[in-house]
Structures are given as C-alpha cells and as structure tokens.
Design a binder for this molecule. Structure first.
Ligand code: ADE
Length: 248
C-alpha cells in the first residue's frame, strides 16, 4: 500500500512512522509512506497556506489553492486539471481522505475497508478549518471522535496505524489481528504471561491446563462477559462492527 499525508507539519509523522510496526511494514516493502509539506505548493515568500475567513470570525482558514495543487501533484494529475475538484472516483486507485471532526466516525469496519485500497492520500487541516471548496477533492472525510484536536495529523496517524496493521503480512504469524477486540464484534478476552503468580494475583488455572478446546471456550465466554459489562452497545445487532472479510 502507498500512503501520502499532506500537512503543514510533516515532521509530526517521523516518530510514529519510523518506529515499531509502521517502520517494519515499510522495511518489509508492504507500505510506502511519505509526508508532504503543504507549503511546497504555497505561493509567495511566506508560503502562506491559510488566510482570514470570509464573513469574519477568529482563527485562520486553510486555503484551497495549495491543497488542490498538492493533491493534483501527489496523484500525478496535471496542475489545474481539477478545476472543479472532480476526478473520477477510484479511477486512479487512490482514496483521498480529509481528516476533520465533521467526518464519519472511524471504526474497525472502516479500517478494514481502507486496508483493501492500493493508495490512501490524507489531507490534514489545522487552525479553524479548511476552505469548504477543498472538500470536493475528498472521497472520505473521517473523524476519530467527538472532540477537536489542533490538527488532523494525529488523527490521520491513528487511522494509518489501524489500517496498516490489517495489511496481510504486517503483523506476522503471531500478530493475531483476527482474535483481537472488534474482529468478531466482541472485546478481546483477558491475556496473561509469566509469572504465574504476581502479588497475590494468579493466572486462571484453565490457561495452565493445556486443554485447547476448554481454553478457547473459556476465552469466548470471557469476551462475551467483558463486552456485556464494558460495551453492551456492541452486542446489539445494529452496532456490530463487521469483520474484515465482510467489509466492502
Ligand atoms: N482534526 C481535528 N479534530 C479531529 C478529529 N476529532 N478527527 C479527525 N480530524 C480532526
């Protein structure tokens, strides 16, 4: 998969994309990632990417011109070829995603859907928002929750992490993306490792039994009990996150 992020703060991605699974995914050749500085498409000596809002109000709004140029360039379109912000959706194999609190709330089924794409291009806003006309470039507008961050960069990294770990081969055999929380609409069962006893808290006997069928049954029961206690909403049919296999 190829992922691009268009941002005024490209270095925000350095640590997240340069460590752990995100770094391994790139080293394994499963992910190609690049953060682009939006200022490279801005004009003037100050390379301005934002301006005062029409109609007044506080804060600055990100201008659509550099965003259009950046998206055109990153997607390999000729500059000025998207005068009305229209391209045939999906024709270029890319999904353009704007990160904003007004977007669709991100969840596991959206992560599954995005993990099947060849290319994702994230556009990250800052300040008071983005000129509305730029949204005509978006295939998806995604929010990571009902709160406002100072910019879309952290939000895009949350989405990138959740998507990339679903790409086949990223987690490796022991990764177990199928058994974790939400994969089957339930929260994950409790896990334990050594020591067997720690400060008076013991590992449940059944996990030491070596009886795989009983362990699987116990784990499923724990998942159901935990989901009922912590996230009863997930047990309602309509709220069930769909598994990756059925995401489309
Ligand atoms: N930008 C600012 N807040 C955000 C949020 N909650 N989700 C996505 N992008 C954002």
């Amino acid at each position: 998969m190829k992922i691009d992020a268009i941002t005024t703060f490209p270095h925000m991605y350095d640590s997240v994309m340069g460590e752990s699974m995100m770094r391994l995914a790139q080293e394994k050749g499963l992910l190609e990632f690049k953060a682009h500085d939006l200022r490279d498409w801005a004009q003037g000596v100050h390379r301005k990417t934002d301006d005062y809002p029409y109609g007044g109000g506080c804060g600055l709004v990100m201008m659509c011109d550099p965003i259009f140029k950046a998206v055109e360039d990153v997607l390999g379109y000729e500059a000025g070829s998207l005068p009305e912000g229209r391209r045939e959706r999906g024709d270029d194999g890319a999904t353009v995603i704007f990160m904003a609190p007004v977007g669709k709330t991100f969840d596991d089924s959206l992560a599954c859907k995005l993990a099947k794409k060849e290319r994702l291009v994230f556009v990250c806003g800052h300040y008071e928002g983005i000129d509305e006309r730029a949204y005509s470039l978006a295939d998806e507008v995604i929010s990571i929750g009902d709160y406002v961050l100072t910019g879309g960069e952290l939000a895009s990294m949350v989405v990138i992490d959740a998507v990339v770990r679903k790409i086949e081969g990223v987690l490796g055999a022991e990764g177990g993306a199928e058994t974790e929380s939400f994969a089957d609409g339930l929260l994950e069962y409790p896990q334990y490792t050594r020591p067997r006893s720690f400060r008076g808290m013991d590992v449940p006997e059944i996990l030491l039994s070596g009886h795989h069928a009983n362990i699987a049954e116990w784990r499923h029961a724990q998942s159901v009990e935990r989901t009922r206690a912590l996230r009863p909403d997930l047990l309602e049919q309509d709220n069930r996150p769909s598994s990756c296999a059925s995401a489309h």
